[in-house]
Ligand binder design. Structure first.
Ligand code: AGP
Length: 606
């Protein structure tokens, strides 16, 4: 949610912190701050708003030092303001914190009664005071002081601290909020996300819950809370920073939409044996006794889960349920040992999703993660992992991560179906052919959805939008509405078309347009009836229809045609007009498309 970047080495810390913060800004962007220290001097600057505002406050000649930490914030406790921005200080200590300290009221009372004064409204500032107090009480080093404080903290955290009294090191601890070390030559980076330092090094060491690390320019010392050494291995990141840059597109969201033909092909690559019409998922092994699947996720990934249910039930005839991760944990779920929990998360860091996965594992289920970010927390925690291979997704509004999740789920469903003998050879071969056509048909869908750029001018005065779909396109209606809400801040709802008449139809009039997912197929006649119902109440309608459908043009105001594909894979193609509609509307409105207000790319707090 918030972003952290730290540096200790031989170079000036300031420019490295600023470029790291720039790359992390997608994680949280309501305020930023940084601290740079050298012997006996620490300079700290904080600012409400985006990084540019922070930069305008900095005179680089004042921020000299080879050690520093920066933070970009997504407010939880206390509004976005200079005062609530990190780093938080207590005398010679500066800390940044991601996560939430749940018992901070108690701790704040305690520390204030000891004479320490909190100047912010955050839950984070108390950590700085607690560390100073622990040092004053006799802790010999920053690391010992931090270890002394950690047992008092309830909740999740990634904490990084530095002091002008120990300017040659940064010290950090993590519990439920990610931190990764970047190893350079005579320098170390520490960040909540590798993108912060990937332009400098691709050698990384991931920290786990309970780790306390001391970083110096040429050493990494990791211990547990009791001070026992923890051995760590390093790995190499294989994607590079140019993949995370805009490459001529006006926004990351648009770039990521246009990358979909390529990334779908990456998702399929090596996972299809075309000659024998087989799915090859050597990465995982599924228990043949598997009887039930639970799919758990949040937001867009949850919409992928809803579509996954169709795939698993139809192709593998396996009973499947879907649940929002934030609800799962608190309903005392019943999980059988013959059940597999499929947990979907682009970032692999979403707190609600992680906690739900932990709960499912605690109840005896095996966990299969579907994630985009290699070695993020969820894949590391899970029993099996399928990576979606979408490459870095920077836009807060998820696009390519979603469609690659759908393709991954399709591969998994075919894999399990073959294992369970629920797919005959002819069907399997047809499904494989259709899957392999997806990248090309995705490119066609993008081309044909570009007409929305002109169409949206007719919808400028809308009070709100309703997206209608049936079957496996109902989740796409939900996704279309979510994309529009996120990027344009407009009221939008996704609805199963059959439910319209049970309430929402009351909203319909000429200023409340409908986007109807109406491809040809078994549910087409029903969708035409729903379209007629809203048309007769004055709604303007955009239909997402099958290429070559001549009838639909006479029934609606505007049409986007999609190539024909197996109905189980249609959600992949139907995502595109949803994404481009949201993008074009937002662009016309002039919102901050890649960093919508109040949102953050990875939601690492509950
Ligand atoms: C998608 O556009 C959203 N930004 C959001 O709903 C997101 O999908 C959700 O927060 C889950 O994220 P995850 O896939 O990284 O777990």
């Amino acid at each position: 949610m918030c972003g952290i970047v730290g540096y200790v080495g031989t170079r000036d810390a300031l420019p490295l912190l600023l470029s790291g913060l720039q790359r992390l800004e997608y994680r949280g962007y309501d305020s930023t701050g940084l601290a740079v220290c050298s012997a006996d001097t620490m300079r700290v600057v904080r600012s409400e708003g985006k990084l540019q505002q922070l930069q305008s406050k900095i005179n680089p000649t004042d921020f000299v030092g080879h050690t520093g930490v920066g933070h970009t914030r997504w407010a939880t406790h206390g509004k976005p303001s200079d005062q609530n921005a990190h780093p938080h200080c207590s005398e010679h200590i500066a800390i940044v914190h991601n996560g939430i300290i749940e018992n901070y009221h108690t701790l704040r009372n305690e520390i204030e009664s000891d004479g320490y004064q909190c100047v912010s409204e955050t839950d984070s500032e108390i950590i700085a005071h607690l560390i100073l107090k622990t040092l004053r009480d006799g802790a010999q080093t920053l690391s010992l002081a931090l270890r002394g404080v950690l047992p008092k903290l309830e909740g999740s955290y990634a904490i990084v601290l530095l002091s002008e009294r120990e300017p040659e090191r940064i010290v950090a601890a993590t519990n439920g909020s990610p931190l990764v070390i970047g190893k350079g030559k005579n320098e170390m980076f520490l960040a909540s996300d590798v993108t912060a330092f990937l332009s400098e090094t691709n050698h990384v060491v991931y920290l786990e819950a309970g780790d306390v690390v001391t970083l110096e320019q040429d050493s990494i010392d990791v211990v547990n809370h009791d001070g026992m050494p923890v051995s760590k291995s390093s790995s190499e990141i294989t994607w590079n920073i140019t993949q995370a840059e805009k490459q001529g597109f006006r926004h990351f969201m648009l770039k990521e939409i246009y990358e979909q033909p390529q990334v779908l092909s990456d998702t399929l690559s090596g996972r299809i044996d075309a000659a024998n019409a087989h799915v090859v998922l050597d990465e995982i092994s599924i228990d043949p006794a598997l009887q039930k699947l639970s799919l758990i996720a949040c937001g867009t990934s949850f919409h992928a889960a809803l579509i996954g249910r169709f795939l698993f039930e139809q192709l593998a005839r396996i009973s499947s349920s879907c649940e929002l991760a934030s609800e799962f944990r608190y309903r005392n779920p019943v999980i059988g040992t013959d059940e597999l929990t499929v947990v979907i998360s682009q970032s692999g860091e979403t707190a609600d999703t992680m906690i739900a996965a932990q709960e499912a594992k605690r109840l005896g289920s095996k966990i299969l993660a579907i994630s985009n970010v290699i070695d993020s927390s969820l894949p590391r925690f899970s029993d099996h992992v399928l990576y979606t291979r979408a490459g870095p997704e920077i836009s807060v509004a998820s696009t390519k991560a979603f469609t690659t999740q759908l393709v991954t789920l399709a591969l998994l469903a075919i894999h399990i179906g073959v294992q369970k003998n629920t797919i005959d050879d002819t069907t399997r071969s047809h499904l494989i052919d259709e899957l392999m056509m997806l990248p090309t048909k995705m490119a066609d869908s993008i081309r044909s959805s570009e007409c929305l750029q002109d169409i949206i001018v007719h919808y400028e005065n809308a009070r709100g939008f309703i997206f209608l779909g049936r079957g496996n396109l109902y989740p796409i209606a939900l996704e279309g509405a979510l994309k529009l809400k996120e990027t344009s801040y407009l009221h939008a709802e996704g609805y199963p078309a059959g439910e319209m008449k049970h309430g929402p139809i009351a909203m319909i009039d000429k200023d409340f347009p409908v986007i109807a997912l109406a491809p040809q197929g078994v549910l087409y006649p029903k969708m035409k009836t729903n379209i007629a119902e809203v048309k007769s109440r004055g709604a303007r309608v955009i239909a997402i229809a099958t290429e070559g459908d001549k009838e639909i043009t006479s029934l609606v105001d505007d049409v986007v045609f999609l190539p024909d594909i197996h109905p189980l894979f249609l959600p992949v193609l139907a995502s595109v007009p949803m994404q481009l509609f949201a993008y074009y509307v937002a662009d016309r409105k002039g919102t901050d498309i890649d960093q919508p207000r109040n949102l953050a790319k990875s939601v690492t707090v509950e």
